[in-house]
Design a protein around this ligand. Structure first.
Ligand code: ADP
Ligand code: MG
Length: 337
């Protein structure tokens, strides 16, 4: 493609699409036409990634494509929804076909893995920004919701939170090149967790189908901050046991114990799922963990009260309480690279 314009870029993207049977009309008209399944609620969510705000400027295009979709899939996972369709709004500083090829490689690899059809979007010129709206479906009345936790529920978390935050920390200290495979295996594991989050779509659906859980949230802004959303919406208090946090071997190898714990509690970008479940479901949840080959760890309890309390937490080590826009930003320190 020489001097690609808006339409050749769209044609390039469209050529990569696979189309589900429930897409009546996909890319190419003024709007897409979709056939939602009868009796199901649509679950709709949007997330934007801005260069230098949500990812370092030097992030490889393939990882940007993966992550832009992953963060949206993670929101559907937290609702227990089955992903189906998405739209893609791309603002590109210039019509850079090589960048778009990389982006499409990452984006469509994940889209195929979850049978998501790209059904439209918008392509404009501007500072690099990717906005995806994703739709899924969930049987009416069965979605996992932040407001459905009950007093006495256990709080669980999937995977090993904190690895992405640790990678971000290494990058901020100039100890990690975000764009290159790290020589150290553990550092590379952390880098992968930052660049290639694995949305826990299967876990969300299993929790919903089995009825093991009714309340969940994905950890994008930090475990304490996001569990705090369940507490607030359910009008309860979340008590977290810091000693129970699952810390990965890689995390413990690369940072000291205090930092590891703070990354796990307060670092963002993990895209694990925190959920609540009645105490009599512990055996069933362990069985689900084995079935999915995904660690599920009991880290706390919902109780009467408000907010989040964390038992056994040590002094802060500089990681903020969950990411908030318009406050000093995590990725902005090195925006000028
Ligand atoms: P309109 O001017 O009517 O909004 P566009 O010219 O922007 O239409 O887009 C033409 C078609 O290409 C539409 O179907 C639109 O959804 C699709 N499209 C545009 N940009 C993208 C993109 N980045 N990814 C997927 N589809 C896109
Ligand atoms: Mg348009």
């Amino acid at each position: 493609m020489t001097n690609p314009d808006e339409f050749s870029l769209i044609a390039f993207i469209a050529a990569h699409c696979h189309t589900r049977d429930d897409v009546v009309l996909g890319i190419g008209d003024d709007a897409a036409l979709l056939q939602p399944p009868a009796g199901q609620h649509l679950a709709v969510t949007t997330d934007t990634l801005n260069s230098g705000v949500h990812f370092p400027v030097a992030t490889p295009a393939v990882d940007v494509g993966w992550k832009a979709l992953a963060v949206n899939l993670s929101d559907l996972a937290a609702m227990g929804a089955e992903p189906a369709w998405c739209s893609l709004s791309l603002a590109l500083p210039r019509a850079d076909q090589r960048w778009l090829e990389g982006f499409c490689d990452g984006f469509f690899a994940l889209a195929r893995a979850h049978s998501v059809s790209l059904i439209g979007g918008d392509t404009t010129c501007g500072p690099l920004s990717i906005c995806i709206t994703i739709c899924g479906h969930v049987p009416a009345g069965c979605a996992l919701r932040r407001d459905q936790a009950r007093a006495g529920d256990d709080i669980w978390v999937s995977g090993y939170p904190g690895e992405a935050a640790a990678a971000l920390r290494l990058w901020q200290c100039g100890q990690l090149d975000i764009s290159a495979i790290a020589a150290n295996q553990q550092v590379e594991q952390l880098r992968q967790r930052l660049l290639r989050p694995q949305p826990r779509v299967e876990l969300g659906q299993q929790l919903r189908k089995t009825g093991l859980s009714r309340a969940a949230v994905d950890i994008s802004d930090g475990l304490l901050a996001d569990v705090g959303h369940i507490a607030a919406r359910s009008r309860l208090q979340a008590r977290i046991y810091a000693d129970a946090l699952p810390l990965s071997h890689a995390l413990e190898c690369i940072v000291d114990k205090t930092t590891a714990r703070h990354c796990a509690l307060r670092g963002g970008d993990d895209y694990e799922i925190a959920f609540t479940a009645a105490a009599d479901q512990r055996t069933a949840i362990s069985a689900l963990s084995s079935e999915l080959a995904l660690p599920l760890t009991r880290i706390g309890r919902m109780q009467p009260g408000l907010g989040v309390v964390c038992e056994g937490e040590t002094a802060l080590s500089g990681i903020p309480d969950g990411y908030r826009h318009f406050l000093p930003a995590s990725y902005s320190a090195m925006n000028d690279e």
